[in-house]
Design a protein. Structure first.
Length: 118
């Protein structure tokens, strides 16, 4: 039977005993994670940061989630060894999409009441 709290303690102990280290290699930052939880942690991270966006009722948010997931796949396919470093770069580029989205919004008219305000 799966005991979540026991697994969490084991994972935390492994991360303390065997910390993640980084070094410069091939013009990128290579992260070295000596514990066995890396695939699970990365899957959970990508689910939280990309897949969850695809559940939104807003098309722009869903589109951003699809772009982010596609960028993660591209980063892994092209640079598996340096995935974390390259993914961070791609995520920074995706910030431009957020900037463009909010940059297109018109400012509220003077004296206008914010949505949901009184």
């Amino acid at each position: 039977m799966f005991d979540f709290w026991s697994e969490l303690r084991t994972c935390a102990a492994a991360m303390v005993r065997f910390p993640i280290s980084a070094d410069a290699a091939g013009g990128h930052i290579r992260y070295l994670a000596p514990h066995l939880y890396v695939p699970w942690v990365m899957a959970a991270y990508l689910a939280a940061t990309t897949a969850s966006l695809c559940l939104s009722s807003h098309r722009a948010v869903v589109g951003f989630g699809v772009l982010a997931f596609t960028a993660a796949l591209a980063a892994y396919a092209a640079y598996a060894v340096w995935f974390i470093s390259v993914w961070c770069f791609f995520a920074a580029l995706l910030s431009a999409v957020v900037w463009l989205h909010f940059g297109r919004r018109r400012p509220a008219a003077p004296g206008a009441t914010p949505a949901g305000g009184t």
